[in-house]
Design a protein around this ligand. Structure first.
Ligand SMILES: Nc1nc2c(c(=O)[nH]1)N[C@H]1C(S)=C(S)[C@@H](COP(=O)(O)O)O[C@H]1N2
Ligand SMILES: [Mo]
Length: 332
């Protein structure tokens, strides 16, 4: 018996149309599912104001964060100076020079914030950031970060595994990729006036990359909430990939069946592949990837020394198996 036949056998008062019953039962089921996942869609959350969670602390940029876990995933290299990490940035929505994001992001308002969850998942909708963050204990992880422009930093991030968040939405078997979108607010982001990229900024991961325990969503660095120039209030960090995969100020996360379009790949497909795994053996047309300038401190110029770049940015042991059998020159 098919579902349609089954439904026709159900008796109901003649004054209620079947479409209404379906809508009501779907709504109830959805509410029950959301409750079980400790989520409420934005319409029910009263815009999520006043939450006294760690997300509540995220109200002020640079405010101290309560970090529940430290010590795992800490590289030995000394961290980059805070001033360098927050004044030598790529965030083209605020301009293309390295000091533009710190200078031009003062008008950006990362609060209140919500994220749309869409696509191939049982639970979708728009959710207040506070609700998305609430169940996740914040961890500090000190990661090596490698930009495709051949400079690198070591950053103590505050965040939690992206996979822990994604699982709550129960992705379906069709969810092969995860697509991310940055907010686009021309009034607050002066760089959007220039067609450097096809705005909004977009990035994507394969689902196994997104679920990998090294992949984190971050809300802070150096124990404090993210400054606007680093991607407040929520940004992605994938330490074995070039920095451009680390999309900032995320407003949409979608589970997709097809490989999503990414902003850099669309702008210059020969220069920026979808995978963007750090690989010293495959040069970018404009930058050798064999070595990198490690930025350690700010000051008169940025102090740094040249060091060898490692396959998968030093995380090969943890992630190389994700790419077994793939030609990494072709899928760069
Ligand atoms: N929305 C958005 N996200 C972005 C970028 C950008 O221009 N816009 N630049 C990327 C690049 S190229 C790098 S190297 C990192 C830099 O992050 P950081 O400024 O926190 O070091 O952000 C990435 N995320
Ligand atoms: Mo970058």
């Amino acid at each position: 018996m098919t579902a349609v036949e089954g439904r026709m056998l159900i008796r109901r008062p003649p004054d209620i149309r079947s479409s209404e019953i379906t809508a009501e039962s779907v709504y109830r089921r959805r509410r029950a599912v959301l409750k079980a996942l400790a989520l409420s869609p934005l319409a029910l959350a009263g815009c999520g104001r006043g939450a006294e969670s760690q997300a509540g602390q995220a109200a002020n940029a640079g405010a101290p964060l309560e970090v529940a876990r430290r010590g795992a995933y800490v590289v030995g290299d000394p961290p980059t100076d805070y001033d360098a990490a927050t004044h030598y940035n790529n965030y083209y929505e605020f301009g293309t020079a390295k000091d533009d994001p710190a200078k031009n992001s003062g008008r950006f308002r990362p609060q209140p914030w919500s994220v749309e969850i869409a696509g191939e998942a049982e639970v979708t909708g728009r959710f207040a950031l506070e609700d998305l963050l609430r169940p996740h204990p914040l961890e500090e992880r000190v990661y090596r970060m490698r930009c495709v422009e051949a400079w690198s930093m070591v950053i103590p991030w505050v965040g939690f595994p992206l996979g822990d968040l994604l699982k709550r939405f129960r992705p379906t078997s069709k969810a092969k990729y995860v697509a991310f979108t940055t907010v686009a607010r021309p009034d607050e982001m002066p760089g959007l006036a220039y067609p450097v990229l096809d705005w909004p900024y977009r990035e994507g991961l394969r689902i196994d990359e997104a679920m990998h325990p090294l992949t984190i969503l971050t809300v802070g660095l150096f124990g404090r909430t993210l400054p606007n120039q680093n991607g407040a209030p929520l940004r992605l960090v994938v330490p074995w990939k070039y920095g451009f995969k680390g999309i900032k100020s995320i407003v949409r996360i979608a589970f997709t069946e097809r490989q999503p379009v990414t902003a850099w790949n669309r702008a210059a497909p020969d220069e920026y592949g979808f995978y963007a795994n750090v690989n010293p053996a495959v040069d970018h047309p404009r930058w050798s990837q064999a070595t990198e300038r490690r930025i350690t401190g700010a000051g008169f110029g940025l102090f740094g020394n040249r060091i060898a770049t490692l396959p998968f940015n030093g995380y090969a042991e943890q992630v190389a198996s994700l790419y077994a059998g793939m030609d990494l020159r072709r899928y760069y």
